[in-house]
Design a protein around this ligand. Structure first.
Ligand SMILES: Nc1ncnc2c1ncn2[C@@H]1O[C@H](COP(=O)(O)OP(=O)(O)O)[C@@H](O)[C@H]1O
Ligand SMILES: [Mg+2]
Length: 237
């Protein structure tokens, strides 16, 4: 298995608030990995540290064997890591297609960008139907699809998703998770997904980590985590 991400004994803080206290995790090519845990456990901080928005005070972050823990966020995107932040954040004044093209703004391979646009439309047909509409007019679920589509337009090899289900109707959430699973399979894309709804994330993940106050409390296969009493009690019931 080719290792895409190695996150080793990472510490990070916001001023005096210690958010990560020695977190270690790994993601391999083509794998969906779930990052679970209660509010404030450090899930978003883990993603922010990977994408360079939060500087670790200690520890190692490697992407495809290269250190990135001192690399600027823009460079990390260019290297092949895209993040869909919590709360999606599309450009509401711009159209769907403009948002998608922005995802590819650092790319020079115009023809491949066009193909990738078509590919995003295949995964999310509703975005093709609404390509000329302002993003602000889309429903919450469609905006989440747009945010994921925009991240895919950068042609990442590691996709970071922060709570894609937040505030969406359950039926839409299931659809989005099915598509995320499909994208990973078809593209061999590594995905690290943060999710409050553990059963959803574990439904498409091969393994998962449970964070508790900035440390990894549990790491196991998705099947074992689904069966684990403590995970069931805390996140599945
Ligand atoms: N911008 C910030 N400034 C100060 N503290 C923060 C900030 N963001 C997060 N924290 C703190 O860091 C810890 C981890 O937060 P976070 O990574 O957002 O957790 P999660 O995503 O698991 O809910 C929490 O104690 C939280 O209050
Ligand atoms: Mg969070």
């Amino acid at each position: 298995m080719i290792r895409v991400l190695k996150f080793q004994d990472v510490y990070a803080s916001y001023g005096s608030v210690l958010a990560l206290q020695g977190v270690s995790l790994k993601v391999a090519e083509g794998e969906v990995v779930a990052l679970l845990g209660a509010n404030g456990a450090g899930k978003s901080s883990t993603l922010r540290t990977i994408s360079g928005l939060l500087r670790p005070s200690k520890g190692i972050v490697e992407f495809e064997g290269r250190r990135i823990d001192r690399t600027a966020p823009e460079r990390i995107v260019q290297m092949g890591i895209s993040q869909v932040p919590e709360g999606r954040q599309t450009f509401t004044e711009l159209t769907v297609i403009e948002n998608l093209r922005l995802g590819a703004y650092t790319r020079r391979d115009g023809r491949a960008v066009k193909q990738d646009l078509e590919r995003v439309y295949t995964y999310f047909p509703v975005l093709a139907e609404r390509r000329r509409q302002q993003a602000g007019l889309l429903s919450g679920g469609e905006q989440q699809m747009l945010a994921i589509g925009r991240a895919l337009m950068a042609k990442p090899r590691l996709l970071l998703l922060d709570e894609p289900s937040l505030g969406l109707a359950p039926i839409l959430v299931r659809e989005i998770f099915e598509i995320i699973g499909k994208i990973s399979k078809e593209e061999g894309l590594a995905i690290l997904v943060v999710e409050q709804d553990a059963s959803l994330a574990l439904g498409i993940a091969s393994h998962g980590y449970v964070l508790e106050t900035g440390t990894v409390a549990l790491h196991d296969t998705a099947d074992n985590l689904k069966k684990s009493d403590s995970v069931r009690r805390a996140y599945l019931e």
